[in-house]
Design a protein around this ligand. Sequence first.
Ligand code: 13P
Length: 250
Amino acid sequence: MRIPVIAGNWKLNKTVAEALAFANELKTRLAGVTGVVPVVCPPFLAVQPVAQVLRGSAIGVGAQDCFWETSGAFTGEVSPEMIKESGATYVIIGHSERRQFFRETNATVNKKVKKALAAGLTPIVCVGETLAEREAEVTDQVVNDHITNGLVGVPAADMARTIVAYEPVWAIGTGKTATPQQAQAVHAFIRARLAALWNNAVADQVILQYGGSVNPGNVKELMAQPDIDGALVGGAALKADSFEQLVKFK
Ligand code: 13P
């Protein structure tokens, strides 16, 4: 039984003060929510204070990236252990914006995923094709490459607790959502690949989120698809009212 995970990726938005006010509001609005796991992923500086506010609530906290070493001479980096200590339990890894602007590759994603799992975090690993790749009809190859190489060597027990987010790059921040059928087709493909690369039990357990212009108007139909188990949301997760509606999509 996969419990849907609705995660807000705040990206580079909200100061610590704004994040705290927002977290307090969400705590009130989402008190008593069951049958769904809401998660917020603030910028690094706000992770710890937000986690403190949300401690004991139903809302999980995640970071938006991590490094693959615990400590050392790596200026500017933050380790999974530090994220865990701050009270967060999730970390987004391999978001397309990091692949596009910060040279993230499947190889770096793989190192980060393994380190995050070792630190006890739940990675939310992002995969997805660009518009050019979809038009060239290589979506399956690209997604397969992200999964095969980004997750290679992850033991089955760890894979079962890893979240994979399918985010077609052309749908991010564009208002262009994949249709529920388009998204379901890729999600079913991903689950089949997970079964082939690990086993059926792992494939059955992995939460597969969809991301890309998810909003209160389209969330219900997307979540109704058999292989869509949650959402990774950017813009619509930044307002308390719309995040509440997303979490309460049922
Ligand atoms: P939008 O919901 O703003 O399209 O962003 C999606 C996303 O990138 C979440 O990680």
